[in-house]
Design a protein around this ligand. Structure first.
Ligand SMILES: *Cc1c(COP(=O)(O)O)cnc(C)c1O
Length: 490
């Protein structure tokens, strides 16, 4: 969109205003002098309400969102976020609770946390849960710190290597490195499983543990999971479960029974609290009774008189987050679990897996699957459809925007050349899946007949191809009239 949209600052004029403050209903008191502003509000824009509303509504419409269309971003589980969650999170007893409020005045909030801990433990088979971590990556970091504390507590001080499969999410090796450990990569075999021989060769008395996601990032169930767990444990290592892919196995398999000792849940993926744009998340963690004393805290327990109270586990690694995690996310996840119930959660996974396999079968002849076997909640395809015309996965992804779809995850996992990682989730109807299939087929046709349409895409989005690296490394976060004019006029 090249029409000129003046930034808020340029609409400013002295005396305009859009805020209505309520009448003062308490006695006026003078502010302490040190709290008073010392300089004029010289450059502060003055605007009317409609100008502000139009500005923010306009920029909100430039974003693709799950409320407007299908968002098959692999590994991110961009399912629809039910609106009843927003109602629950806005209940004033939750929304207006102060984190320093006394426990006796926060029993409802504590009970919700306790029940969520218990539900997550039940769903995964673990003995204890902490709701502290704010994201999956922070849950991973928590887990690896717990592993370290556990080994040291046993007097096992030589372990300094964390094993990570070559298909892993980037946060896994980053977590291990950040915790000060050496990262050892384990290869995948031709069926997309962990290569057992390579795993055996890399296990030793230095192994802290293995970080594994199941299903893995190829969207495939790890076929030798119990064998993998057994040999890691035999070497004295622990099994870390990256639970980002939990959406595939809810009510079907319990990670504890697959041999995992510790796992993070992405409440903002599987349990549908809104995510994207770096907003608040929740990377709750669960573990075995053996590791529970090391969990971060405070967590919630029920006292003998029935009251709920905070407690910090005996050998806790400490706090991972101020106060009690992202509480609004906990309310939404609790609401999701309670509205669906056990049978509903299982159905979520069954449909998520069915939808991904439907796309695999419908698209597999044109976009070959990375590994051709039944997949779980997502499918990884290859975008090598018209190499002679120079069409790449990036072009296909950008063209999908013109067709009204958010692109899938691309070039991940790293072991698949030209990867297209598609996760439809259970909330898309067959009609939507068919529309997506048709778009992907049309794009394959264009790739041969009119490849320039793919190279030029997207043509219908508010922005064309962005310099994503520069946007991340040199973000322009402050309004600067000169710079703005330059960007505007190219
Ligand atoms: C999303 C994801 C993570 C990290 O979770 P965040 O909440 O984004 O920090 C880790 N592993 C996998 C496989 C993921 O998809």
């Amino acid at each position: 969109m090249n029409t000129y949209e003046p930034p808020l600052y340029e609409l400013s004029a002295p005396g305009k205003q859009g805020a209505n403050l309520p009448e003062l209903d308490v006695p006026a008191a003078a502010l302490p002098a040190h709290l008073l502003r010392q300089d004029d509000l010289a450059d502060f824009p003055e605007l009317s309400e409609p100008e502000v509303i139009r500005h923010f509504t306009r920029i909100s419409q430039r974003n693709f969102c799950i409320d407007t269309g299908m968002y098959p971003l692999g590994s991110c589980t961009m399912k629809y976020n039910p609106k009843i969650h927003e109602e629950a999170a806005r209940l004033s007893g939750f929304a207006a609770a102060h984190p320093l409020q006394d426990e006796t005045l926060s029993q409802g909030a504590l009970r919700l946390m306790y029940e969520l801990q218990s539900d997550l433990a039940e769903i995964s088979g673990f003995d204890a849960v902490s709701l502290q971590p704010a994201a999956g990556a922070q849950g991973e970091f928590t887990g690896i710190l717990v592993f370290r504390a556990y080994h040291l507590d046993r007097g096992d001080t030589e372990r300094n290597e964390v094993l990570v499969p070559d298909s892993a999410h980037g946060t896994n090796p980053a977590t291990a490195a950040m915790a000060g450990f050496k990262v050892i990569e384990v290869k995948s075999d031709a069926r997309g499983n962990v290569d057992l021989n390579d795993l055996k060769a890399k296990l030793s008395s230095r192994t802290v543990g293995l970080m594994l996601t199941n299903p893995n990032t190829l969207g495939l169930f790890e076929e030798h999971i119990t064998e993998v767990s057994r040999i890691v444990h035999e070497a004295g290592g622990l099994m870390y479960g990256d639970g980002a892919n939990f959406n595939a196995i809810l009510g079907i398999a319990k990670p504890r029974e697959l041999g995992f000792d510790f796992m993070h849940y992405n409440l903002h993926k599987t349990f549908t609290t809104p995510h994207g744009g770096g907003g608040p998340g929740s990377g709750a963690v669960g573990c075995t009774a053996e590791l529970a004393p090391f969990l971060p805290g405070p967590n919630v327990r029920q006292a003998s008189n029935g009251n709920y109270e905070f407690f910090v586990p005996a050998k806790s690694i400490g706090r991972m987050k101020a106060f009690h995690g992202n509480f609004g996310m906990l309310v939404r996840a609790w609401t999701y679990i309670r509205t669906l119930g056990a049978a509903g959660l299982r159905e979520v996974s069954e449909i998520a897996v069915l939808n991904a396999n439907y796309l695999r079968v419908q698209l597999g002849a044109i976009y070959p699957p990375a590994v051709n076997r039944i997949c779980m909640h997502e499918v990884v395809l290859k975008g090598q459809i018209s190499r002679s015309k120079g069409v790449r996965t990036l072009d296909i992804a950008k063209r999908l925007i013109d067709y009204g779809f958010h692109p899938p995850t691309i070039y991940f996992p790293l072991i698949v050349p030209e990867a297209l990682m598609i996760e439809p989730t259970e909330t898309e109807t067959k009609r939507n899946l068919d529309a997506f299939v048709q778009a992907m087929r049309d794009i394959a046709h264009e790739a041969v007949e009119t490849p320039e349409m793919l190279h030029e895409a997207p043509t219908k989005a508010p922005a064309r191809r962005l310099d994503e690296v520069r946007a991340a490394r040199q973000p322009v976060l402050r309004y600067n009239a000169e710079q703005f004019a330059q960007l505007r006029d190219g």
